[in-house]
Design a protein around this ligand. Structure first.
Ligand SMILES: [Zn+2]
Length: 87
């Protein structure tokens, strides 16, 4: 998949907030988290943005929102977190 094209397409579903720097996802959501469909597969929108910039998320890690805004997909507002704590 061509990431650049995909991201450009994704940006149509993003509303940037100047004050906070958040990119609010206005597409599909589940529990306020951005969701989207790629090739018929349901994926987290924040994950797509993160991976387009940093590559695949290592197994055992998950994304958390530093800004506490669930629908935010700005990769700069996301960080990787050990999912061990959630087990
Ligand atoms: Zn944010």
């Amino acid at each position: 998949m061509d990431n650049k094209t995909a991201i450009e397409k994704l940006m149509e579903f993003v509303v940037p907030v100047t004050e906070s720097g958040c990119w609010l996802w206005i597409g599909e959501t589940q529990d306020d988290y951005g969701h989207m469909s790629i090739d018929g597969e349901d994926v987290c929108a924040d994950k797509v943005f993160w991976e387009s910039l940093h590559g695949q998320i290592p197994i055992g890690l998950c994304l958390c929102h530093k800004c506490k805004i669930r629908s935010c997909v700005n990769p700069n507002h996301l960080c990787l977190k050990d999912s061990e704590n959630y087990n």
